[in-house]
Design a protein around this ligand. Structure first.
Ligand SMILES: [Zn+2]
Length: 280
């Protein structure tokens, strides 16, 4: 044993992903004295600009959007008590098929080994006990999320360290409740076309394939406030409209799939409830 604090590293694609996917565990483990390191891979420059302007619209300046989102990210980190923020500062690649996918400096256009080598240096520096990122589909198919997954898994191969590794996920039961709540709070939401509905049905996992359910109910106000720090981004407005109480009911558990575990503890019969199980 060492006197080094337990360390959690979360690798995310854009400013705001830390709040949506892992705001609960980041806040909870920080409160428990764990060092929390957030690596944000892109600058978020393809996000919404002032007044909801989209990339390519007049009034959308990616550099200005990135600067605004950096401030929002710093505010979110403060709310979640994140110990260390590391930005890789690749250009946001935008949604699949956008011209920004192939722009010089875009994350999607960066060779995996290059991004992985930079992340491996951070892993060697912080020596995390637990690393969290997305699954191979980036949870919902965004190129930067897929690339964050790829560089994380490659970086882990480049170091001799063996942290527990988790991918964020959502149980299908929760996805269903989520969809119902979305329709409740966005009455003008169009019905998805069949292809979109089929793609949505593939997101997340059957409940019995989820290895780890972490109760973050006590931290859902912090998670809500972290998302509120990213209020410039249209997709976060839906969460904020819900109000803290409904948000806590819907988002009070964060779920993961454990993909690497060198703790030597037997795979539990019942799902884990702690990312650090076997480490303390
Ligand atoms: Zn994202």
């Amino acid at each position: 044993m060492t006197d080094r604090p337990l360390t959690l590293m979360a690798v995310h694609a854009h400013p705001d992903d830390e709040a949506t996917g892992t705001g609960g565990v980041l806040a909870r483990y920080a409160a428990e004295g764990v060092r929390t390191v957030l690596v944000t891979c892109t600058d978020g420059g393809c996000g919404d600009g002032p007044g909801g302007a989209k990339p390519g619209d007049p009034g959308h300046d990616p550099a200005a959007v990135a600067a605004m989102r950096r401030k929002e990210l710093e505010a979110s980190c403060e709310v979640l008590r994140i110990s260390d923020l590391e930005m890789l500062d690749y250009a946001d690649s935008g949604m699949i098929g956008w011209p920004s996918n192939d722009a010089p400096g875009s994350f999607w256009n960066t060779p995996v080994e290059e991004g992985a080598a930079r992340l491996a240096e951070l892993i060697e520096h912080y020596r995390p006990d637990v690393v969290v990122t997305y699954d191979e589909n980036g949870f919902y198919g965004h190129p930067d999320h897929i690339q964050a997954h790829r560089i994380t898994m490659a970086a882990l191969e480049m170091t001799a360290l063996t942290p527990k590794v988790y991918w964020t996920t959502m149980p299908r039961s929760m996805m269903q409740r989520f969809g119902e709540t979305m329709r409740e709070f966005q009455e003008d939401m169009p019905e998805p076309d069949p292809a979109e509905a089929a793609a949505m049905a593939e997101i997340g996992l059957p409940d019995d394939q989820i290895t780890t359910w972490v109760d973050t109910t006590a931290f859902s106000d912090q998670k809500f406030d972290a998302l509120a720090a990213h209020a410039s981004q249209g997709e976060n407005i839906f969460f904020l409209r819900m109000g803290k109480e409904r948000f806590g009911e819907l988002m009070g558990t964060e779920t993961f799939v454990r993909v690497k575990d060198a703790t030597g503890s037997a795979v539990p019969e019942v799902p884990e409830t702690d990312l650090f199980a076997g480490l303390r």
